[in-house]
Design a protein around this ligand. Structure first.
Ligand code: HEC
Ligand code: HEC
Length: 141
């Protein structure tokens, strides 16, 4: 056993030193198929959208509007797991200080989600401060 560990440790050491050797070699020059074309116009990455830190409900604009999501919305929704429900399910909402999913979304008194309401982001969209205007607008009255 001891022998095995020593051999394994030696192997790991040599693997590491191999990496160090590689890092010391000259930088790789990648040439594009179009030759060395200069890039005349560069653009900064767009500002990241910022979501409200503490989710407070955003007032609705019309009856039956799916309320806007006042927080980031990249929680995964997959076939076997809906992460939104880890806060908005009826039995978790109070503890997570979130509004339980609407009565219209469930099929029984225990709050079992209706299949047609499973993909939350099909109807609910996040509200974010997007910093820059996304689309120009020249509307005049
Ligand atoms: C970590 C917990 C958590 C997760 C996960 C979560 N939310 Fe929320 N959500 C909240 C909290 C807290 C609020 C603010 C209180 C409120 O209005 O419910 C909120 C608010 C909302 C609201 C506004 C409710 C209203 O009455 O205006 C919607 C809609 C919503 N979330 C949808 C979603 C969706 C869709 C997902 C998944 C993509 C999701 N949430 C995931 C905690 C969470
Ligand atoms: C088919 C569209 C649709 C889907 C899918 C959907 N919702 Fe909704 N949701 C609505 C509408 C419309 C309302 C407002 C009317 C109502 O209360 O039924 C609403 C209301 C809500 C509310 C506010 C409830 C209240 O009492 O104020 C929450 C929270 C919510 N949805 C969360 C979710 C979550 C989480 C999911 C995914 C598990 C989801 N919704 C899926 C359309 C949808």
């Amino acid at each position: 056993m001891k022998k095995f560990i020593t051999v394994a440790a030696l192997l790991m050491l040599s693997a590491c030193s191999g990496q160090q050797n590689q890092a010391a070699t000259a930088p790789v020059n990648v040439q594009s198929l179009a030759g060395n074309q200069p890039v005349p116009v560069t653009q900064d990455a767009a500002a990241m959208a910022s979501y409200p830190k503490k989710g407070h409900a955003i007032s609705r604009n019309f009856a039956e509007q799916p309320p806007l999501i006042p927080h980031k919305a990249d929680y995964s929704i997959s076939l076997d797991r809906n992460s939104c429900m880890s806060c908005h399910a009826w039995n978790k909402a109070e503890r997570m200080k979130a509004t339980p999913v609407a009565k219209s979304h469930v099929i029984d008194a225990q709050g079992t989600l209706n299949g047609k309401n499973y993909f939350c982001t099909q109807c609910h969209v996040p509200q974010a401060d997007n910093k820059g205007a996304l689309v120009g607008n020249s509307f005049k009255m």
